[in-house]
Design a binder for this molecule. Sequence first.
Ligand code: ADP
Ligand code: ADP
Length: 230
Amino acid sequence: MISLGGVEKTYKQGTLSVPVLYEISLEIEDGEFAAIMGPSGSGKSTLMNIIGCLDRPTSGTYVLNGVSIPEADEAHLAKVRNEYIGFVFQHFHLLPRLSAVENVELPLVYGGLGKKERRERALEALGKVGLSDRVHHLPNQLSGGQKQRVAIARAIANRPAFILADEPTGALDSKSGEQVMEIFTQLNQEGTTIIMVTHEDEVAAYARRRIMIRDGRITEDRRNTHELAR
Ligand code: ADP
Ligand code: ADP
């Protein structure tokens, strides 16, 4: 579970302090599927970086699965990221010289698994995203949608509790975007908590909660209506 209390984020630029997030209080329970939406520059990526323990709040509280993040040192944050969080980015961030399966294995190196187990886990993850027939392809031999599915396999190989996705369909055609969202829906049904940033309504419709951010503040936080109708 994620619990942010009165989080503020200010970037230092020379002698200037630039506030970007104000008074963000937010709880995300295990098993949720949430979309964070808002105009460009509103603070979505900053909030995702804080939730993902890539950056720290300037003030306020953040507890992730019982760990108080502002007090944790870098090594502890790295451990928390590796154990609990899978990251998916708009532009995939695959290593171009590694095959699909090698890209997926990469984060497993930190988990203390042996070579054979890493390969098995990676193949299993690629199977889950429907890429069992592409495991030895290099990224540039794959379509955008396939690359994003490799990135999702990499994110889930460690079996994280949370997936954080920043505009995961932003660089994809609508068909590939739908495939990605169907994979997220299935992972969520299996219990993975999903938090994604998107500016597309059709993409946000897959989520069961929408959190709107404007000028660094949460302006709206609601369950999707189709969820209420279920
Ligand atoms: P979004 O993801 O909603 O587009 P961001 O979180 O990327 O918004 O940015 C929010 C604001 O913070 C923007 O005004 C941006 O220019 C500023 N910002 C982001 N990162 C930094 C940084 N490292 N240093 C200074 N300002 C930053
Ligand atoms: P995109 O353009 O695909 O949305 P960015 O390059 O803006 O992604 O990266 C988003 C954030 O995630 C940045 O703060 C960046 O430092 C961080 N990031 C990028 N790649 C990784 C990675 N492999 N592991 C952890 N953090 C990353």
